[in-house]
Structure formats: structure tokens, C-alpha cells
Design a protein around this ligand. Structure first.
Ligand code: MRU
Length: 349
């Protein structure tokens, strides 16, 4: 499987798999500077909380490679400018700011020359990417242990290797359970309006040979009520200190329907997605995207919405912690009370 991103040492460039074109075309986009990385994050060439963090880290490495500054102080000033641009690319997934802040911290260590500092930046971005893969593998082991042979699982958005550097979060757990020999069937929420489920998760499941059916988002209540679905798995873009989970729009409605029908809900995410500065999910900034993403849908080659129609397009919603059965991180499975157990699981490691 092609990786969501690759760093090329020889040309000092970042290759991004263009997720807007999948599954029809598998094409890489070359980023030779940080502004191109920022644009790719904004227009969702690259998307998914962990991988936009890694992409932004490489954006910082590119800023160092491209800088004309010859002193370490001058280079640090350029890196600060790049950091501001990269962090502003998308507001909700906290992994983005986390990765850029970590790069800035690395930039502050003593270095003799601007070249040395640039090498430190490249090495740190590579480390962030490598750690993401290792973290995902650990999460997948914990998540897979919650999945039983014969389970039908509803999955929302795309949380697989495309949304991370490799392997994935919620979909990583499902993949791990499949590789352990468990028979699993996935109901793939198509995930309007960008269709990350129908386009990306289905594409990944095909490659892992995991059986699935795509459902429209408004079908999940029906299948949850029918008794067919044993678990709900999704990822997260930002998790508040009390365990409120902000994830792709539609996650809240899915969780409500699951709770009403007694179906367990698991959110799987790395600890880099946790924002302990925010007491509750109400404080998480929700990205509002272009209304054209909602209005521009075509059926039989015709736009379905009346000319001049207006739409709301929040890209994420918040699921209150009482709708969630457990949180799965690389440090283990966390059960309520989340306001006590989540900070502990993040800080004690
Ligand atoms: O708008 P997107 O596609 O970047 O949103 C992605 C999600 O909401 C995922 O569920 C989330 O990032 C977790 S994936 C590891």
C-alpha cells in the first residue's frame, strides 16, 4: 500500500498521496516548500489528524531547507513564521499544532550552524513520522482486543493508514483484529460531505480484504437498532481533558444512536490528539468549510441543489464523554470516569 507521505532526502521534498483523487487515481503531489504543505492540508490533499501533524512537521523541515538565512538566529525566525502559517492551516485537529510546537522546541536546542539546525529539523520530522507508526501499532493491539470474532462494526470517516503515516487508529484496530484471524464485517459510513468512508475507508478495506458494506450516514440508526451491529469504532481530531471527543461530523449522531441501542462505542486515538488544556469539548474550535462541499453534489450529471441555495458545513462535531464506552490510546484502554483516567493515562507515561 502506498504511504500517505514520503520524505525524499535527495531532493529535500515531501511527497503527499493526493487523497482527493482516491480511489480513482493514485497520484503523489510534490511539496518543495512549507506553503505548499499548508495548502495541501487546507484543501485536504492530505487529511486525518495524525498525518496532518506529520506533514506539518515536514513542512517545518522544508522551511529550514528553503530558508536563505545563514545564521541560526535568522533561521529560527524563519521557522517561527512557517510555524504560524502551518498551524493556521486547519483549526480542529490538535496534532497539527502539537507537531509544529515540537519542531519549534527542537529548533531551540543549541546548534553551531544553520545547516546543522536544518539537519536537526529533518531528523525530528522523520522521528515524528516514525513514532506515529509505532504508536498506531500499539493502539491497534489494544483496540483489536476489544473486537470479537464475528463482530459487525460501524466505522465513521477514514482512520486508516491514509489518515496516519501508516497503519491507522480505529481502522488500524479493525485491521489488526482481522490479521489475528477474527472474522469481521464493517459497515462503512460514507461520511458526507467529503465521503472519506465511501472513497478512502472502502479503498483500504479492499486492500486488507476485510468484508464491508458502505452505508449512507443516515442508515446507521437502522442498523444499530436491528441488532446486527456489535460495536462502533471511530477516531478523533481533538479530545478534551474530560474525554469529550471531537471527530468528523456525524460522529455525535452515530454515538447517540449507539448509546440508545446499547451498542458499545470506542474512540481510538494517539495521546497527541488529547488537549489537556481544554476542560470540555465545548471549547474545541470546529472548522467550518466551504459550503460548496455540501451544495456541489451531482446526480446523473446534474447539480441537485437549487441555484442560490445556502448550506452549513461544520467539518467536525463533539461527542460528549457519556456516550463513549472506552477510549483507546497507545497507553492502553481507558474507561470512565474519563476526567480522572484520561489525564492520568496521558501524563503518567
Ligand atoms: O476532515 P478530515 O478528513 O481530516 O477528518 C478526519 C477525521 O475526522 C478522522 O476521523 C480523524 O482524523 C481521526 S483519524 C486517525
Amino acid at each position: 500500500m502506498v504511504r500517505s507521505l514520503e520524505w525524499d532526502d535527495s531532493s529535500c521534498t515531501l511527497q503527499l498521496l493526493d487523497q482527493r483523487l482516491l480511489p480513482a487515481q493514485v497520484e503523489m503531489v510534490t511539496c518543495e516548500n512549507y506553503t505548499k504543505v499548508s495548502t495541501a492540508i487546507q484543501n485536504m490533499t492530505v487529511r486525518g489528524a495524525p498525518v496532518i501533524g506529520a506533514a506539518a512537521a515536514f513542512g517545518m523541515a522544508l522551511a529550514a531547507c528553503q530558508s536563505a538565512q545563514t545564521t541560526t538566529e535568522g533561521l529560527r525566525a524563519d521557522l517561527k513564521k512557517a510555524a504560524d502559517v502551518l498551524i493556521a492551516s486547519r483549526p480542529t485537529a490538535v496534532n497539527l499544532a502539537w507537531a509544529v510546537q515540537r519542531m519549534l522546541k527542537k529548533a531551540s536546542v543549541p546548534a553551531s550552524t544553520a545547516d546543522d539546525l536544518t539537519q536537526l529539523m529533518i531528523a525530528e520530522a522523520k522521528l515524528i513520522a516514525q513514532e506515529d507508526v509505532e504508536t498506531n501499532r500499539r493502539m491497534a493491539e489494544f483496540g483489536a482486543a476489544l473486537i470479537e470474532d464475528g463482530d459487525t462494526i460501524i466505522h465513521h470517516c477514514n482512520t486508516g493508514s491514509l489518515a496516519t503515516v501508516d497503519w491507522g487508529t480505529a481502522l488500524g484496530a479493525i485491521r489488526m483484529a482481522h490479521e489475528q484471524g477474527k472474522k469481521i464485517h464493517v459497515l462503512v459510513d460514507e461520511t458526507r460531505p467529503r465521503l472519506q468512508g465511501a472513497r478512502l475507508t472502502a479503498w483500504e478495506l479492499d486492500q486488507y480484504q476485510i468484508p464491508y458494506h458502505i452505508i449512507t450516514d443516515n442508515m446507521s440508526g437502522h442498523f444499530l437498532r436491528s441488532g446486527m451491529v456489535k460495536k462502533v469504532f471511530y477516531g478523533a481530531d481533538r479530545v478534551a481533558a474530560n474525554g469529550d471527543v471531537c471527530n468528523k461530523i456525524g460522529t455525535y449522531m452515530l454515538s447517540l444512536a449507539a448509546k440508545t441501542n446499547g451498542v458499545p462505542v470506542y474512540a481510538v486515538f494517539p495521546t497527541t490528539t488529547v488537549d489537556l488544556n481544554l476542560k470540555s469539548g465545548d471549547l474545541i474550535p470546529i472548522e467550518e468549510r466551504d459550503q460548496e462541499e455540501v451544495l456541489g453534489i451531482e446526480v446523473n450529471g446534474q447539480r441537485v441543489t437549487p441555484q442560490g441555495a445556502k448550506a452549513f458545513n461544520p467539518a467536525f462535531d463533539v461527542t460528549p464523554n457519556d456516550l463513549i464506552t472506552a477510549l483507546v490510546t497507545e497507553n492502553g484502554v481507558i474507561y470512565p470516569p474519563f476526567d480522572i483516567n484520561l489525564p492520568r493515562a496521558v501524563e503518567d507515561f
